[in-house]
Design a protein around this ligand. Sequence first.
Ligand SMILES: *Cc1c(COP(=O)(O)O)cnc(C)c1O
Length: 473
Amino acid sequence: MSGNEVHITSGMQEYIDKNNKYLAERAEYIEKTVKKWKFDTIAVHGLYSVTDALKDYQGSIIEPIFMSTSQAYTDSDEMAAALAYKIPTWCYSRIANPSTYYYEWTLALLEGYGFDGATSCCSTSSGMAAIMTAVQPFLQVLTKAVEPRNFVATAQCYGGTFQQFTVRLMQERNIECRWVRDATNLDEWASKIDKNTRFLYGELPSNPQLGFFDIEAVADLAHSHNLPLICDSTVATPALLRPICHGADIVVQSVTKSLTSSGFGICGAVIARKNLVTNIDDDTLKEDFSLAIKYMQNRDFGPNLHPLQAVMTLNDMRTIRSKMDLMSRNTEKVAEYLASHPGIESVQYLGLKSHPLHELAARYMWLVDSEFDDQYQRPINRYGHLMSFCVKGGVEKTRKFFDNLQRIWRATDLGRIKSVATIPAISTHQQQGEEGRALAGIPANMVRLCVGAEHPTDIIADLDQALHAAKGA
Ligand SMILES: *Cc1c(COP(=O)(O)O)cnc(C)c1O
């Protein structure tokens, strides 16, 4: 994996044999134990076991935070084997670290829950770093001459993604991003693919417009052209949607958001299925994409996650299923309230039956394991806690309403245990300008609201008084 062939001495071979035994035991533990667990058990424990704790971590019941930059080796044979990636190693914390290792495994297992193949994960310092490091390997120059390269992506996407694709890739590197305006139109996707296309990219549900598309159909289209489908599934989290189970090759997560609902810090992840589809002739990438980018590309770029952040996020992720259930139910109530309020022009929430994409989303968005939940005992649709709505009366009334919110925080954030609202046109989607916002469908009177775990009647009361105040404006 280091990119160079290394001469293996007999001393190195001893370490390799010893570690192969460990890797075989771990693979068996994953297959025979962890993969048999329900989602909640994986979220709580991940790969961190009593055996690990007693053997290596003084019995600590919580994954330890390893702040050390690097690992010391017994001798030069062990060092040589480790740095050639012939044995698992924590060589240097930019490349690997025990705390981020547990974070990566939890996310790989949660995104791969219900998938009958294997998944792996590469942690990153942010969601933007996850997107950058996931698309980068597909955009490499394959011949000596710089050939035309393009990719196809949903125009309804996070503002930062829009900037990364238009400014960093299109303007600065002359790599064409072909925007799909109507992601539910398969012909539009198909018409944008040609021999220079490297991947398809889709965000769903999209932030903030709640765009959605038929993952299976788009994945089939991608694969029929020997291309991978990359999905940004931040808004859903693996508790509600796991695109890899529906044919996607790679998932990027802004783990910062609902997965770290406490709001303690920024982090990201790239989760990929093994043996993915690509027209790039590189077996390392195909076999284990996440590990390939982790050990090679990201070693060289350095967008690594801090171990303290990894463990704080692990703590948040343990209860992700029940939190997404509660916050989705709260959001449904708030959406229904807003939909019937005379001061509101329109409400975008996939859980509303009136939403044009409701039926499509209902095919994909399920509360994981609700059939095993005493409370439900059957499959239950849940649509997450992000919604947006447009206030009647234009920008001025919208701002007046927004400025009068008391309980709901005004912040460019989402995914929190506390309700947070923003006006995308002046915040998250400000940089992309009028034209970019029109393309993505973001009017100036749109408010994005992410409902938290408060009692929904208190959130509704806050919205009610703010709408009342705006009416008088
Ligand atoms: C926030 C967000 C990102 C970027 O993630 P950061 O962790 O803020 O870098 C990407 N995609 C979506 C859908 C987001 O909401």
